[in-house]
Design a protein around this ligand. Structure first.
Ligand SMILES: [Zn+2]
Length: 105
């Protein structure tokens, strides 16, 4: 199914999920993309979107409730992960572990 017009989304089966996006800066090196070391500064990653959003958008019934608003407000000020924290999140996602060697930052 490559035609986007054929893609349907089952909103009835979907659930409230707050989302955000972080920037991981990449730079070209030797004809491929590599992570720019500037993100390993220990600071939270920059956000890539203007605000926290819900995957259901305006169709979400929970976002309009007081609890949903509290959740969104809390996540709006929650710091983004640092690069190191993201590394651990990715390792967890892939069932791996992070092992630091000499020179680790
Ligand atoms: Zn929602």
């Amino acid at each position: 199914m490559n035609n986007l017009a054929e893609v349907s989304y089952d909103f009835a089966a979907a659930f409230h999920q707050l989302e955000h996006s972080a920037k991981v800066y990449l730079r070209a090196e030797g004809g491929r993309w590599v992570v720019d070391s500037s993100i390993a500064d220990g600071h939270p990653l920059a956000t890539a979107l203007d605000r926290v959003s819900c995957n259901l958008g305006d169709r979400c019934r929970e976002c309009g409730t007081p609890d949903g608003e509290r959740q969104a407000d809390a996540m709006a000020v929650a710091p983004m992960p640092t690069a190191r924290e993201l590394l651990h999140m990715l390792a967890d996602l892939h069932g791996g572990v992070v092992v630091y060697g000499e020179g680790a930052r």
